[in-house]
Design a protein around this ligand. Structure first.
Ligand SMILES: C[C@@H](N)C(=O)N[C@H](C)C(=O)O
Ligand SMILES: [Zn+2]
Length: 198
């Protein structure tokens, strides 16, 4: 990764926590598919934006930390994630895992999956679902509906809003189907400006 011009995000921002889920068996398909990749890497420009988000979070709420679940994701792993969800029709699957034929922003180091950890309570904030819960409960665009149906509570939505606001302020963009996923640019720009990581 270093040879490909990426930086270890914790070198740049030591207060960011990392639990790289695809480097463990604690993920939606139960396999470690990252092998020797055990740290979260990003292009320097993206890592700098993430540092801004982390600094902003800590200045507002000193006991909170960003907890990164995924950063750059090799393209060959994108195919593994895509195949792991093959029980879903392709048009539904695309909302949860980017089609490897098109590419994911993660494959260029231009997307991050993350949550917030409270060091004073030694636990993650309650976001209403686990990471990689693939369904409407995780959809930012369905939050009002899920609240009205009593499937999410206000605290869970407020916690997501803390994450969204500091990420948006730092220059990231949320997506409509996963509360944990943020893009730093568009796929068209990523293909122009960054290298595909394999
Ligand atoms: C698989 C999930 N963590 C994720 O990152 N999904 C987006 C859509 C992606 O694969 O780019
Ligand atoms: Zn993601």
């Amino acid at each position: 990764m270093l040879a490909q011009g990426l930086v270890d995000i914790q070198k740049n921002a030591p207060l960011i926590l990392v639990d790289l889920k695809y480097s463990t068996t604690d993920n939606f398909f139960g396999k470690d598919v990252y092998g020797t990749l055990e740290k979260a890497f990003l292009p320097e420009a993206v890592a700098k934006k993430l540092r801004l988000a982390s600094d902003s979070l800590i200045s507002k709420r000193p006991s909170l930390r960003l907890m990164v679940f995924d950063a750059v994701r090799p393209h060959k792993v994108q195919q593994i994630l895509w195949d792991a969800l093959d029980s879903l029709p392709v048009n539904v699957r695309k909302a949860y895992v980017a089609d490897p034929a098109v590419g994911s922003l993660h494959n260029y180091g231009c997307a991050i999956d993350l949550s917030i950890y409270d060091v004073s309570k030694d636990s993650l904030l309650d976001m209403g679902t686990k990471y990689d819960y693939f369904g409407y409960l995780a959809y930012p665009r369905k939050e009002i509906e899920m609240l009205a149906q009593g499937l999410l509570n206000q605290e869970q939505i407020d916690n997501r809003e803390v994450l969204r606001s500091i990420m948006i302020q730092a220059g990231f963009m949320p997506i409509s189907s996963e509360w944990w996923h943020f893009n730093s640019t568009t796929l068209v720009r990523a293909k122009q400006d960054f290298s595909l990581i394999n």
